[in-house]
Design a protein around this ligand. Structure first.
Ligand code: G3I
Length: 335
């Protein structure tokens, strides 16, 4: 049974980040994607600087390919991302010195995105990585000061208003790093979500990226208990929660790959216990195409090897989905 079939039975999305180049040129890449996943995220192609590099110029060919592929294969799309303070916002935006003009640029960008993808992309990372990468404080790029200290609320409001103006109602999410493992980031993430909700904004959910970059970037893996606790803390806000960018560094040895499979199984089994968890997305699916290689070397972080053969990681994920599907089936029998 494919991951996709298991996820359908489990009532969740199982997704992968994709890039347009192999989607266009590599049949194995395309085939594995559409067979095994029911959701896609554009790894880079829907980021602001890629989609809308100049005020009057949109470059949508690659993003369109991803959206069309998803549509043809009955897959959901997670839009990534409207606003990412760390990267991928063009200079003509970050160079604005007036708050009104900067927010007008955000509004214009969001309206353009919603007008083009309103029919195909129903779930957006409205703000990606609102916090500092490793510390429990908001991202503090100097240009954000032009908007002011409440910039997440201001930006989120502009995005929600833009959707209403265009006449669409996409889900708007926050997507956060390392709240799965750093408790001060978890606390700030929940606080920020609460602030958005208190401001009456339509925060639909929180994406936990869950890049398991151990030991190179973060000291330790989340424990299954810790991940379940974060997922539960988000669910307690009454909103949805997703794993949005999971990958997990391995020693590329047989034993290392088996250990990796165990970690995937344990972490996702714990997260999938939570009914408000509606999506598990990996940051790629084959070790042939992963951002990890450029940053951390050959660390085999994904579910398929470079020849598209399923790894122990694949089996671990399948087991976690199967477990949730069985629990769901049991609950439905009881009802
Ligand atoms: O496409 C250009 C190419 O034309 C050029 O020659 C080359 C020279 O550096 O750069 C290429 O662009 C790179 C792009 O990836 C495509 O490979 C950019 O420099 C590089 O910065 C970009 O990195 C991406 C990064 O986000 C920054 O946007 C990674 O692929 C992507 O995996 C990564 O994804 C992020 C999520 O969006 C947010 N969460 C963390 C995650 C991992 O860092």
């Amino acid at each position: 049974m494919s991951l996709r079939a298991l996820a359908d039975a489990a009532g969740v999305r199982v997704g992968a980040a994709v890039t347009a180049a192999p989607l266009r040129s590599d049949d194995r890449y395309r085939h594995t994607l559409v067979t095994e996943f029911n959701s896609v995220t554009a790894e880079n192609e829907m980021k602001w600087a890629r989609l809308h590099p100049d005020p009057d110029r949109w470059t949508t060919v690659d993003a369109d390919l991803i959206a069309t592929t998803a549509h043809e294969h009955d897959m959901a799309v997670r839009g990534h991302t409207l606003f990412w303070p760390h990267l991928a916002i063009p200079d003509w935006v970050t160079g604005q010195t007036s708050r009104a003009e900067m927010l007008a640029a955000v509004a214009d960008h969001c309206r353009g995105v919603f007008a083009r993808y309103g029919d195909t992309v129903a779930r957006w990372d409205a703000i990606n990585e609102p916090m500092h990468w490793l510390e429990g404080r908001l991202a503090d790029q100097p240009w954000l000061g032009v908007i002011g200290p409440d910039w997440p609320i201001d930006v989120f409001r502009v995005a929600a208003d833009a959707a209403a103006e265009v006449g669409v109602a996409p889900e708007l999410w926050l997507n956060v790093t390392h709240a799965d493992v750093l408790s001060e980031k978890q606390a700030l993430c929940i606080e920020l979500a609460q602030q958005l909700l208190d401001a009456g904004l339509p925060l639909h959910g929180i994406g936990l990226q869950t890049h398991c970059l151990v030991p190179d970037f973060i000291p330790e893996l989340p424990t299954p208990e810790h991940l379940a606790a974060v997922v539960g803390a988000v669910a307690d806000l009454g909103i949805e929660v997703a794993i949005t960018e999971m990958d997990l560094l391995a020693e590329p040895t047989p034993a290392g790959l088996v250990r990796q499979g165990t970690h995937y199984r344990e972490l996702l089994s714990a997260a999938l216990e939570q009914p408000r968890l509606t999506e598990v997305t990996f940051w790629g699916f084959t070790d042939a195409h992963t951002w990890i290689t450029d940053h951390f070397g050959e660390r085999a972080p994904l579910l398929f090897d470079e020849d598209y053969r399923p790894k122990p990681a694949y089996d671990g994920v399948a087991d976690a989905l199967r477990h949730r599907a069985s629990s769901l089936a049991r609950e439905e029998t009881v009802r």
